[in-house]
Design a protein around this ligand. Structure first.
Ligand code: ATP
Ligand code: MG
Length: 253
């Protein structure tokens, strides 16, 4: 990896970029994953590279859903495995969620390498190697495990693909996504759309989960029943507008 000086003004972003590049070199991330990261970076720029208030709210609600679930599952792809395997493992530990590898550009080698990466980051069991169930999709993301994603009541699918997201919602699951693009089909179809950078979102969620674990069940239920995903997306788009307006104002003379 190229050494990024800690005092570089865009340190976090450049480090994330290096991690995805390293993921490609290790065979964990697909080459297409680089493009996905680039699109994410551009939306992060527009949002101001910070966790906005509405995203923090969605993250709390998502944690409540994971804590209340009977069979919560965190779905991991090549970008997630390259960027923050440790954060996935700690969120899974705190919320009692299972971890399942699920890939669009699936090869058995890549599945194996991602499982090894997650295990090296502390995971004891990772599903996804032996898919014995199928979603109604025509691509490899249909391949799931019956004790994992197939029967999960709550699924966290960071950096998800729009059509699988739709399918999971159709199956009656609570689908949580992390996607910096509030306009993507994924964000528009999910039950809980977190418009935040994956790394910040997982970090925030682990912190919230530690706190919320001790809250009364009724409080968690209330968070979920009063949640409105459309408002969260509206606020994310409005934040981008405001951020752009502020920048435009700086250019005015
Ligand atoms: P959709 O099918 O939902 O419309 P898409 O096909 O346009 O989505 P994909 O290429 O399938 O998008 O997935 C990449 C998505 O993930 C993009 O919307 C991008 O903004 C987002 N993304 C990429 N990297 C990150 C990241 N590090 N944190 C948060 N979001 C990210
Ligand atoms: Mg897509």
């Amino acid at each position: 990896m190229t050494e990024i000086p800690k005092d570089h003004p865009r340190y976090e972003s450049l480090l994330a970029r290096e991690k995805v590049v390293a993921g490609v070199k290790m065979g964990i991330t697909s080459v297409q994953g680089l493009i996905a990261q680039g699109r994410g970076e551009s939306f992060d720029y527009l949002i101001g590279e910070r966790s906005i208030e509405s995203a923090l709210h969605a993250e709390r609600v998502a944690v409540a859903a994971l804590l209340l679930a009977n069979n919560p599952v965190i779905s991991v792809n090549g970008n997630v495995a390259a960027l923050s395997p440790e954060k996935v493992v700690s969120l899974a530990d705190i919320t009692g969620a299972s971890i399942e590898v699920n890939l669009f550009h699936r090869t058995e080698t890549r599945v194996h390498l991602i499982i090894e990466q997650l295990k090296a980051s502390g995971a004891s069991e990772v599903l996804g190697k032996n898919p014995d169930a199928s979603l109604e999709l025509s691509h490899a993301r249909r391949l799931v495990e019956s004790k994992g994603i197939y029967t999960a009541d709550v699924v966290l699918v960071p950096l998800e693909d729009g059509d699988r997201c739709e399918k999971l919602v159709e199956m009656g699951k609570t689908v949580i996504t992390i996607d910096l693009n509030p306009l993507s089909r994924t964000s528009r179809t999910a039950t809980i759309s977190i418009v935040d950078n994956l790394i910040r979102a997982l970090e925030n969620m682990a912190r919230f989960a530690r706190e919320m674990k001790h809250e009364k069940k009724e409080e968690l239920v209330k968070l979920i029943t009063t949640y409105d995903n459309k408002t969260v997306l509206f606020e994310a788009i409005s934040e981008i507008q405001e951020h752009l307006k502020a920048h435009a104002a700086e250019m005015e003379y």
